[in-house]
Ligand binder design. Structure first.
Ligand code: ATP
Ligand code: MG
Length: 661
């Protein structure tokens, strides 16, 4: 027991206890879903603090920023104290934090912008245009394909040629041009003082590799590094961890190889499987009890994953008593009936006392949720969607952010052009011209543009249609720049909205009311920030590839059920889980079935395993037998092969339809 009086022995089982109280050093906790890995990590942090470790010595890396906040809240309940100096969050957010402090060491300023996928695409198009590649005769990869190639390259450490040859053989003849675009894209990001998500990892690593002084600073600081969901770390992330722990060699990672589902983003299961080899003397802890699911669900998940050959074999025992019913296998007629079944069952369960927030509908791909979304809307069942467009990725929210970003980083070409394109009569060419004029002023290089620079802006030549808007814009920018140091983020949004953006909203969008409400929502969210750069970083990171489910407007109301892609549901748990679209072709994905790639099929199976292991009490496995809108033209659907891996006696087939409900 530590000074706080926590009874660790009572809260943890033997293996968990051993891991939590182990001496500093390399430690791996490898165990199946729901076995308390995250709980172990949480108690480990509490234990360290209990032993008198300074919070600032701890670095906690998690799959989402929300997960880290929740873990730290739990820690605070256990060991009440101020944790503001403890660094916790995703790899991206920690990278951002380090880079904000030292960006000038690598040729950026500290107010660099963060490009999300959308911004990245737009910058990529600019770069491709600048490279003057003759794309008329043969098909050149599109901006998002290029972005994926470059991202893959940087996250795996493979060369661009290798990536193209193995994953994009179709574009091999463009190898030289693609390399040119890659190089220009990297330069361009410097010019516009902007980083993409990969930069947040790669440049952090490079910075620390090159700069000995900084490396020692952080190596000294982080005496304890802890990582959740370690099976999904990629090459760069693991290199970053290795670098950070070089001095104290105190690293605890937890993960489950059976839940590795991000290889398409460069995650490498080898990181977890090879951990004991890379860290000499590493302790390995295995937990074999599952605390989450009733035995019926656990047995099913044990059999579901068994068909994978490239998997550590583990069998979990349930600590819970038998549930009320076995997992339900639910064939339904078609997608509409599927949605009706889900909605109806949700209402019944709610009547039985299950709260909406305790239920989730999971699917492989976002578009598979549409019928369910419609049905829930029709029946007035509140829901939140954690896949698809997030609040901060919506066009009007990004519009507002573009103004602020430009004020903070006046080299930000992407934001400038986005702003210019909002004006009536300004197209891509017009935006280019305005950008050229803006660049000529040299304001990007200055500490601050001159006062009354709106006068100069008014001399720019703009299309007639845009003239009055341009004037408004000039005044708004002038105001923002000249108050920028003092204004709070929420006040800036207010100036933008009232100064110009409200009119843009009315002119450019149909559902003005909703969008205006969203911007107001953003304004109230912004009130929790004093610092504009921090606010912007937060906005960008929330749309991050990490799958950050926070910051959604819906999150304010917890009384709703969750619709989520399985990827986004990693690490979470719900009393009741519905997995929909369990047909061959939807899940596993048709393209993977056709490719015959066993490795990818195993990843699909792990995804199925992740889905069903989210459920605590009840699990519904649903498949439509007919899909009238099938892309392949196969109207009749086969149940997923993953269902066939599961012994019949472990599931109870439900017969629904015929208007019985
Ligand atoms: P996943 O692989 O899905 O991330 P996990 O291994 O991280 O799962 P947790 O989320 O930490 O598992 O734990 C699953 C559930 O079991 C949680 O509700 C947790 O509080 C509970 N739990 C874990 N260990 C114990 C324990 N020793 N006693 C009681 N409850 C526990
Ligand atoms: Mg977990």
């Amino acid at each position: 027991k530590g000074t706080s009086g926590i009874d660790y022995k009572a809260a943890l089982n033997e293996e968990q206890y051993a891991a939590v109280t182990s001496p500093p050093g390399a430690a791996l906790v490898i165990a199946g879903a729901g076995s308390g890995k995250t709980r172990t990590l949480t108690y480990r942090v509490a234990y360290l603090l209990d032993q008198g470790v300074d919070p600032k010595d701890i670095l906690l890396l998690t799959f989402t920023n929300k997960a880290s906040r929740e873990m730290l809240e739990r820690v605070k309940e256990l060991v009440p104290q101020d944790l503001s100096t403890l660094w916790g969050g995703t790899f991206h957010s920690i990278g951002n934090r380090i880079l904000r402090r030292h960006a000038d060491e690598i040729g950026f300023t500290r107010s660099f912008s963060i490009l999300d996928r959308d911004d990245q695409k737009s910058l990529m198009n600019t770069v491709v245009a600048e490279c003057e590649i003759d794309t008329k005769t043969r098909r050149f990869p599109k901006a998002d394909v290029l972005a994926s190639m470059f991202s893959m390259m940087r996250n795996t450490g493979e060369t661009l040629e290798e990536i193209i040859e193995i994953r994009y053989p179709y574009f091999e003849e463009w190898g030289e041009e693609i390399a040119r675009v890659e190089q220009r894209y990297a330069e361009k990001k410097h010019e516009v003082n902007s980083m993409d998500f990969d930069d947040l990892l790669v440049l952090t690593l490079e910075l620390l590799q090159k700069n000995e002084e900084l490396r020692h600073l952080y190596q000294k600081r982080f005496r304890y590094v802890l990582v959740d969901e370690f099976q999904d770390t990629n090459h760069v992330q693991s290199a970053l961890i290795e670098l950070l722990v070089e001095r104290h060699k105190s690293l605890m990672v937890v993960g489950d190889d059976a839940q590795s589902i991000y290889s398409w983003r460069g995650a490498d299961m080898e990181n977890i499987l090879g951990f004991p080899d890379r860290f000499e003397g590493a302790k390995v802890f295995k937990i074999e009890t599952n605390y989450r699911s009733v035995p019926e669900i656990l047995d099913l998940s044990n059999s579901a994953i068994r068909a994978n050959t490239r998997q550590f074999h583990k069998t979990l025992r349930s600590s819970r008593e038998a549930g009320s019913a076995p997992p339900a296998l639910v064939p339904v007629e078609d997608p509409t009936t599927q949605a009706q079944f889900v909605a109806q069952r949700i209402l019944e369960l709610r009547d039985e006392g299950v709260e909406l927030e305790e239920m989730a509908v999971l699917y492989r791909a976002h578009h598979q949720s549409l019928e369910v979304q419609m049905e829930l809307t029709n029946r007035g069942i509140p829901f939140q969607v954690t896949s698809g467009l997030r609040f901060f990725e919506q066009a009007h929210i990004k519009d507002v952010a573009a103004f602020i970003r430009l004020v903070v980083n006046r080299k930000d070409e992407v934001s400038f052009k986005r702003m210019a394109l909002m004006l009536p009569g300004v197209g891509a060419k017009g935006a280019d011209k305005l950008w050229a004029a803006w660049r000529k002023t040299g304001w990007g290089e200055m500490e601050k543009p001159p006062e009354k620079f709106s006068d100069k802006l008014l001399e720019f030549s703009v299309p007639k249609k845009a003239a009055s808007h341009w004037e408004q814009l000039a005044y708004v920018l002038d105001e923002l720049v000249n108050n920028g140091d003092f204004a709070r983020p929420s006040e800036m949004i207010y100036s933008i909205l009232e100064g110009i953006y409200d009119e843009v909203l009315q002119a450019n969008f149909e559902n003005y009311d909703n969008r205006r409400a969203d911007v107001e929502q953003l304004m109230s969210y912004a009130e929790t920030f004093d610092d504009i750069e921090e606010f912007l970083a937060q906005l960008s990171l929330m749309g991050s590839v990490d799958g950050e489910p926070t910051g959604k407007k819906e999150e304010i109301d917890p009384e709703q059920i969750t619709l989520s892609s399985i990827h986004q549901a990693k690490g979470l748990e719900y009393k009741v889980v519905f997995v929909i679209w369990l047909t061959d072709g939807m899940f596993p994905n048709g393209r993977i079935i056709e490719s015959g790639d066993e490795g990818q099929m195993e990843e699909e199976r792990r995804l199925f395993y992740v889905a069903i292991t989210r459920a605590k009490d009840e699990l519904y496995l649903i498949y439509p037998q007919i899909n009238p809108r099938s892309y392949t033209g196969d109207v009749i659907q086969r149940p997923s092969r993953f269902l066939e891996d599961c012994p019949d006696e472990m599931m109870e087939e439900w017969r629904v339809g015929g208007g019985g409900w």
